[in-house]
Design a protein around this ligand. Sequence first.
Ligand SMILES: CC(C)(COP(=O)(O)OP(=O)(O)OC[C@H]1O[C@@H](n2cnc3c(N)ncnc32)[C@H](O)[C@@H]1OP(=O)(O)O)[C@@H](O)C(=O)NCCC(=O)NCCS
Length: 210
Amino acid sequence: MIDENKFEFKEIKDELSDFNKKEILDLIRGETNQSILAQLSDKIIFDYLNIVQRSNFLKLFVLQLDNEILAYAITAKEPKYLITEFNNLKIKIFLSLFTKLKVITLFNILLSVLKLDLILLKKNNVKKVNESLNLNLIAVTKKLQSKGIGSLFLKKIISKYKEDKKINYTICETYDHRALKFYIDKCGFKIIGKKIRIPRNLFVLEYDMR
Ligand SMILES: CC(C)(COP(=O)(O)OP(=O)(O)OC[C@H]1O[C@@H](n2cnc3c(N)ncnc32)[C@H](O)[C@@H]1OP(=O)(O)O)[C@@H](O)C(=O)NCCC(=O)NCCS
């Protein structure tokens, strides 16, 4: 059993130190290596983290033990902010993916920007996805996975947002079956449909905050 009191939960509001940025970069590359973010250069990832930290609509959370970052998560007040907040980076992101020949990733981004990826979802769920809090990324360092840290971290993030009575649902997505088990069995999420992605569709999950 983990001792919850030993961990420090933080929303990053100030500029991250280079050391902390590097710790988060390692988590992005190591644990969420299938994400679009992980396919970008270190420089773009650092710019991305700076934008998240300064944004009014995106948040960066970490869980620390003895000042070491063991877990990170990025949330968006609504999913549209995952596109609009990065307007200044979009050319760099496009060129970075284009030069690395990440054609499938670019195609998936296009599906998402045009909202074509939502056509498999029921109408009420499309509205829910578009208007709910989005848990974009979450990861725990490999050496400490399966010890209850991920669910503790997510519980803390959700409690923070529960203070805002206007948020009814948290939405997240994954195609990974282990992550699906984490969200459903450990954190109380349920599947509400699928988003189109190549080569595998994403499961869309909701957590009722009310
Ligand atoms: C998913 C993740 C955040 C859960 O954190 P955690 O500290 O391992 O979570 P908990 O200990 O509270 O719950 C453990 C459950 O999570 C799931 N899990 C464990 N390791 C996992 C992994 N590498 N990837 C996905 N899910 C995992 C399992 O269902 C596990 O249950 P089990 O221990 O009975 O097998 C963490 O495992 C991780 O960082 N995975 C890689 C990144 C990822 O898949 N993120 C989610 C999508 S962005």
